[in-house]
Design a protein around this ligand. Structure first.
Ligand code: BTN
Length: 322
């Protein structure tokens, strides 16, 4: 998009002036068109200084995500090479599933500032106020469908790792893929897949990350169970840098996963906060308690019941009781 190209050129000029003529030439358009796009960027909250003899210079940048900002400085090869950024949508997973069905390449990312019908795991809703990160990544791994849950574990490892690197906060993982800080949920992942009997066509990896919102914007019943990175860090977090870090860590862990699943399982085991804890498991058909033993090679949770029997759970919800 032309507007994004202009923004990219202004960002690249690193606080220097770029003349209207140069912008027009490099973006392949007229000076009048440039002026219109500059006005539109100002409407979006960008502070752009215009000096007749010098040109345009970018001042402060608003706290809205922008594909050009994210792309600038993103050092990935595949993940995030194509980014679709939406001010508002129903669900980024729904958009990404449709985009993937139409043939979008692996690594395509859909991001929204807010969602009106955000989807959570097990048919729940994901409340999506502004200030957070809602994004979905299209992957096309050459794996059989029963291995797909490992993709979600891989993503949980990547998100937790990005959060640690960007904020220094001790992010842990609760099975299967909730990212927690100090026992409260800061991110959730929803993986949806389109597969044949023995082959995955594509996977959409949905990531909801609580960043700068006020937790009071969440429904009362989940407020005490949730937190945000800003609340934990005691300062606002730069979402652009965080998105870049999450995409970079996803690319790193996805690459490792495709080469050797055990590296991902090893890291998941190292940073999970479930193993060894007394837990309640709510699966599709029942609820039971026991002690979490860890995960098996397919990412299923292994639980020791009070009578000593071992149960393996493929899908469900875990509450840590102690
Ligand atoms: C969970 O229940 O913990 C999973 C929440 C996943 C939410 C994310 S936000 C981006 C993507 N789009 C959706 O509709 N859901 C996922």
């Amino acid at each position: 998009m032309l507007k994004d190209d202009i923004l990219r050129l202004l960002i690249k000029s690193k606080k220097g002036y770029v003349s209207g003529g140069e912008l027009a030439e490099r973006a392949g358009t007229s000076r009048t068109a440039i002026w219109k796009h500059i006005k539109s960027l100002e409407k979006d909250g960008y502070d752009i200084e215009a000096v007749p003899s010098k040109g345009y210079r970018l001042g402060s940048v608003p706290d809205i995500l922008n594909a050009a900002d994210i792309g600038h400085g993103l050092k990935t090869r595949i993940i995030g090479k194509r980014i679709e950024l939406l001010r508002e949508t129903g669900s980024t997973n729904a958009i990404a599933l449709e985009t993937a069905r139409l043939g979008a390449p692996e690594g395509t990312v859909v991001i929204a500032e807010t969602q009106t019908a955000g989807k959570g795991r097990l048919g729940r809703t994901w409340t999506s106020p502004r200030g957070n990160i809602y994004m979905s990544v299209i992957l096309r791994p050459a794996i059989p469908p029963h291995k797909a849950p490992l993709i979600t574990l891989m993503a949980a490892v990547a998100v937790a790792s990005a959060v640690r690197m960007e904020t220094g906060l001790q992010a842990g993982i609760k099975w299967p893929n909730d990212v927690l800080i100090s026992g409260r949920k800061v991110a959730g992942l929803l993986t949806e897949m389109n597969a044949e009997f023995d082959r995955v066509r594509h996977v959409v990896l949905g990531i909801g990350l609580n960043v700068n919102m006020d937790v009071r914007e969440l429904p009362p019943q989940i407020r005490n169970l949730s937190t945000t990175l800003a609340a934990e860090a005691g300062e606002r977090i730069n979402r652009t840098r965080l998105v870049q870090k999450v995409l970079a860590e996803l690319e790193r862990w996805y690459g490792l996963f495709l080469k050797d699943e055990s590296s991902v399982l090893g890291e998941w085991k190292a940073i999970n906060v479930t193993t060894g804890k007394r837990i309640a498991v709510k699966s599709i058909s029942e609820t039971f308690e026991g002690t979490a033993q860890g995960i098996d090679d397919e990412g299923r949770l292994v639980v020791k019941l009070d009578d000593g029997h071992i149960r393996t759970v493929a899908a469900g919800d875990v509450t840590i009781l102690q």
